[in-house]
Design a protein around this ligand. Structure first.
Ligand SMILES: [Zn+2]
Length: 91
C-alpha cells in the first residue's frame, strides 16, 4: 500500500473515530467499532451508523431516521392544529 493510500485510509478512519454526534441530526454517539485494516464504524442514538471499510469513502450503513421523524412530527402538529380548529368551530 502506498504512503498516500495509507494516509487516506487513516484520515477516513480517524474522521469516523472523531464523530461525537450524528452528522445528520446531532444525536449523541453511543458506540463504535474499529479494525486495524482501517474499517471503523460509529453508532448514534438516532439509529444511524456511519462506516468506512478499510479506507473506502465514508458511507451511511444505516440512514439517520431523525429528519423523517421530525418531518412526520411536523405534519402531525399541523394536522392536530387543524383538527382542533375544526372541532372548536363545530362546538
Ligand atoms: Zn441522526
Amino acid at each position: 500500500m502506498s504512503d498516500l493510500m495509507d494516509a487516506i485510509r487513516r484520515a477516513r478512519a480517524k474522521a469516523i473515530v472523531n464523530l461525537s454526534n450524528c452528522p445528520v441530526c446531532g444525536a449523541r454517539r453511543i458506540g463504535g467499532t474499529g479494525n486495524p485494516n482501517g474499517t471503523e464504524k460509529a453508532f448514534f442514538d438516532c439509529g444511524s451508523v456511519f462506516v468506512t471499510y478499510g479506507g473506502e469513502p465514508i458511507e451511511p450503513q444505516v440512514h439517520c431516521a431523525g429528519p423523517s421523524t421530525l418531518a412526520a412530527a411536523h405534519l402531525n402538529d399541523e394536522l392536530g392544529a387543524a383538527l382542533a380548529a375544526s372541532k372548536a368551530g363545530a362546538a
